[in-house]
Design a protein around this ligand. Structure first.
Ligand SMILES: CC(=O)SCCNC(=O)CCNC(=O)[C@H](O)C(C)(C)COP(=O)(O)OP(=O)(O)OC[C@H]1O[C@@H](n2cnc3c(N)ncnc32)[C@H](O)[C@@H]1OP(=O)(O)O
Ligand SMILES: CC(C)C(=O)C(=O)O
Ligand SMILES: [Mg+2]
Length: 561
């Protein structure tokens, strides 16, 4: 096996001390060009049919894309037929340019123009690779020869377009492999092409700079783009476009820095399908703007539809952690993340600037639900467990009980090794705290306030269902019950924690009480719901005390066994 980095050479950096792009900001959306139906399509195991292309095109138009590369009609009958269908069935809105690609070969360019007969607005896109590897090894031409291919094809395009004057033509030239081309040579070729097309005389021209293969860090690509932006002739009449691929995983970053470096237009595909590691992802790039308060001019609220259609047609699943679109990108499992999200969401008021920890954007904007945000596994803590109970069941717990419940939930999660659903947490809460098994039930109570406190007579259903009356005295109802239980069982109950809540009118019970008691070595907690706060408090004490009694009854039995 050979795994030897010395086989590779570093990509040279660019000596440009006056680079401007690092201090530039992106303040508006670039022009977007969607190339799913061409670059995306040519990378599929099963290229798209005409019917699939129609559906994809329709979605791209509805989302707001105004320039859509629809295929390589001179290379494939399907692409040719699709172009014809778009035109003949009048499927292209007036403000949308369809774009098609062709090699720099006369017969292919002619066929390309044939496919576009009757189009209202069209971009004819030609390319030839300009890098040393291609010049020397693929085309076997020197620099002049390489430039001549570009110039010749620009002439064919110009002449063919002149024969179809009813179409509003844009011409696009890509020095393919621009990212690996000497930038001064790329500029020479671009200038030569523009001398044919003369953008200064009114021809709409797009110069597209592809990182056909991503070969450097994005800052180097930005330097290359800035050099073109600063040095090509007719710059003010030309749209500079970039077309980045994701070989090093930086396709979006490279496109963003390129926009800072002067690019006006960005080509990419929805969710990044494309050759090898894919094209720059239009979803990520657009949503990155949105998350900075900049209108991407594309409707990503239809994210579910985007995903469904792209997945169906490309037969490629979306990674669960794909930026903005993946199933898990708005989900936190870890405790401290959940806690921070819960606190921030509780403070967020619609209309405010979004400032929620760990969530760069509001999931609702993309049709996602807050329910997906916090999910529980063994990495979660009390904040997350409390959030799920509050969110899904409207149950708010005091901090000490959140901690207790989180511990038992964590044990479950560790035993199971996976996710614990909200329903399961709720069942745990009900079983462990609310409906204490074989517990004591409050049947009725009678309270008398006297000078020395409250006297209580309380009827309790015991574990066998029999009614037992107990009497006690205390500062309040709870104190009186504790006193009664202490007398009856010879205990010294200490109420370690107690919280009660009024639940409002829209629940079956009006009050909830949570209590933790200590009796000797034992600590037991319980929660009770009841019609009023006194009944809830008494029942909570009875439930917790009932657990103490049950546990005491078990211990001698265990000892005997
Ligand atoms: C970076 C990109 O995505 S570029 C777009 C790539 N997309 C595609 O290739 C998809 C569609 N392509 C095809 O269907 C075919 O390749 C065609 C129809 C374009 C050409 O088919 P063929 O003539 O059979 O050639 P083949 O597929 O082997 O391509 C290689 C030939 O194209 C030539 N070529 C490659 N790029 C270009 C170019 N931009 N301009 C002119 N010729 C080119 C090569 O030099 C080679 O020519 P040679 O056979 O004379 O040595
Ligand atoms: C045809 C060009 C723009 C291309 O797809 C590339 O270079 O990646
Ligand atoms: Mg490409």
């Amino acid at each position: 096996m050979s795994f030897d980095h010395r086989k590779y050479a570093p990509f040279p950096t660019i000596d440009k001390p006056d680079r401007q792009w690092p201090s530039k900001r992106i303040e508006k959306a670039p022009l977007w060009a969607a190339v799913d139906l061409r670059d995306g399509n040519q990378a599929l195991i099963k290229p798209m049919s005409v019917a699939q292309k129609k559906r994809f095109f329709k979605l791209l138009v509805e989302l707001g894309y105004k320039e859509i590369e629809v295929g390589f009609p001179s290379a494939s009958q399907i692409d040719y037929d699709f172009c014809r269908a778009l035109i003949e069935e009048d499927l292209v809105p007036d403000d949308v340019h369809i774009q098609v690609l062709s090699q720099a070969r006369q017969e292919l360019i002619e066929r390309t123009f044939e496919s576009l007969k009757g189009a209202k607005k069209a971009v004819v896109h030609i390319y030839n690779a300009t890098s040393p590897t291609f010049r020397e090894q693929v085309f076997n031409v020197d620099k002049e020869g390489c430039k001549a291919i570009a110039v010749k094809s620009a002439e064919w395009v110009r002449d063919a377009a002149a024969k179809q004057p009813d179409t509003e033509w844009s011409f696009q030239y890509s020095p393919e492999t621009f990212s690996a081309t000497e930038t001064d040579f790329a500029i020479e070729v671009i200038d030569a092409v523009n001398e044919v097309w003369r953008p200064d005389q009114g021809q709409r021209v797009i110069i597209n700079l592809p990182a056909t293969v991503e070969v450097s860090t994005p800052n180097v690509f930005a330097d290359q783009v800035e050099l073109v932006h600063e040095n090509i002739r007719y710059r003010e009449h030309v749209l500079i476009s970039v077309h980045t691929h994701d070989d090093r995983g930086c396709g979006v970053a490279a496109a963003e820095l390129a926009v800072m470096a002067g690019a006006d237009r960005v080509e990419g595909t929805l969710l990044g399908n494309g050759e090898r590691t894919g094209n720059m992802d239009l979803v990520t790039a657009g949503m990155n703007l949105y998350a900075q308060g900049i209108d991407p001019e594309i409707d990503f609220s239809r994210m579910k539809e985007i995903r469904a259609l792209v997945e169906e047609i490309t037969e490629i699943d979306t990674h669960p952690r794909h930026p903005y679109a993946g199933d898990l990108v708005f989900t936190a499992f870890s405790g401290s993340h959940q806690d921070a999200i819960r606190k921030c969401l509780a403070r967020y008021t619609p209309g405010d600037i979004w400032r929620v920890a760990y969530l760069p954007i509001d999931p609702h904007d993309l049709g996602r639900r807050y329910e997906e945000v916090v999910r529980i596994n063994s990495q979660s803590g009390k904040g997350g467990v409390a959030h799920v109970l509050e969110r899904d069941f409207g149950i708010s717990l005091p901090r000490w009980l959140q901690q207790e419940l989180a511990m038992v939930v964590q044990q479950d999660a560790e035993e199971d090794g996976g996710e614990i659903t909200g329903e399961r947490i709720h069942r745990r809460f009900n079983g462990d705290y609310l409906n204490v098994p074989a517990g004591w039930t409050l049947r009725s109570y009678d309270l008398h306030r006297a000078d020395d406190g409250v006297r209580a007579r309380i009827s309790v259903g015991d574990e066998e269902g029999a009614t037992v009356d107990v009497e006690g005295r205390g500062e309040g109802a709870m104190g009186a019950l504790v006193d009664a239980l202490n007398r009856r069982h010879g205990w010294q109950i200490r109420v370690e924690a107690f919280d009660e809540y009024s639940l409002g009118d829209n629940t079956e019970a009006n009050a909830m009480a949570c209590v933790r008691v200590q009796v000797g070595e034992q600590v037991q907690s319980a929660v009770a719901l009841a019609a009023d706060t006194t009944a809830a408090a008494l029942q909570a004490i009875l439930s917790a005390a009932g657990r103490v009694a049950a546990s005491e009854a078990e211990q001698p039995a265990r000892a005997r066994a």
